[in-house]
Design a protein around this ligand. Structure first.
Ligand SMILES: [Mn+2]
Length: 242
């Protein structure tokens, strides 16, 4: 049996003529195909009443938190910086609840870019609202090259699952201007950029599978990227065990 993998969608609030003036829920097809090819049954979850999170968490075998808007700093107790980009607070609220319910059941989580950030916030951590305004930033984390191409390296910590899968260094694409500042509870940083930002996290709890990356493996799949395929496969394999 293929495990059912919940993928939280994003939301387009602008009403667009070509889309019949309705608001749209969406997710990258690359994520759907990546989960399918790795052996899972992709299942899209809308942003909806957080009261439904508990039921969704029960029904799915694993959760994908995908990329998207900046996380609203309301959820980690800060005022918005002038460099904050667009946020989507209902998604934050729904995903925070869903993460909590999934963790109670110890089901696997695969988090991509914003997904890593909302996971961190759900666990009580916080974020740099805009790394481009920090002196520490030495490299371009919001690449203008097509994201199917990798653009910066990351160094991977030994004793991590990521190290077992990819080795001590890998090349990634990068489409973020926010990053983890303080880690959330029970999370451990497993990869860093050369300017010192956290690029991946896992769980300290051995029974809890978390693979969270600051890059976009689903977009690298367009180029048949082997490392990205390994991340999808490993996640889906772990969802089969639950
Ligand atoms: Mn980066």
């Amino acid at each position: 049996m293929r495990p059912i993998i919940g993928i939280v969608t994003s939301q387009l609030n602008e009403q667009i003529k070509e889309l019949s003036y309705t608001e749209i829920a969406y997710t990258p097809l690359e994520t759907i195909e990546g989960i399918y090819k790795a052996g899972g049954s992709p299942f899209l979850l809308p942003i909806t009443d957080k009261k439904l999170a508990k039921q969704y968490a029960k029904e799915i075998d694993g959760l994908v938190l995908s990329g998207g808007h900046d996380v609203s700093p309301i959820f980690y107790g800060e005022e918005p910086s002038p460099n904050l980009k667009e946020t989507l607070p209902p998604r934050d609220e729904f995903e925070i609840e869903l993460v909590k319910e999934i963790l109670i059941l110890q089901k696997p989580i695969f988090a991509i870019c914003r997904g890593l950030q909302i996971l961190n916030v759900a666990l009580g951590g916080n974020l740099h609202q805009d790394i481009d305004s920090l002196d520490k930033t030495r490299i371009k984390h919001l690449q203008t090259t097509h994201p199917k191409f990798s653009s910066h390296s990351v160094n991977i910590e030994k004793d991590s699952l990521l190290y077992k899968l990819l080795g001590k260094t890998t090349l990634v694409n990068t489409l973020h201007h926010q990053a983890i500042k303080t880690l959330g509870q029970d999370l451990i940083a497993t990869a860093f950029s050369s300017d010192g930002y956290i690029e991946a996290v896992e769980s300290k709890i051995p029974e809890q599978y978390i693979m969270a990356v600051q890059w976009h493996p689903e977009i690298l799949l367009i180029n048949d990227n082997e490392e990205a395929k390994k991340l999808f496969s490993n996640f889906v394999e772990n969802c089969k065990k639950k």
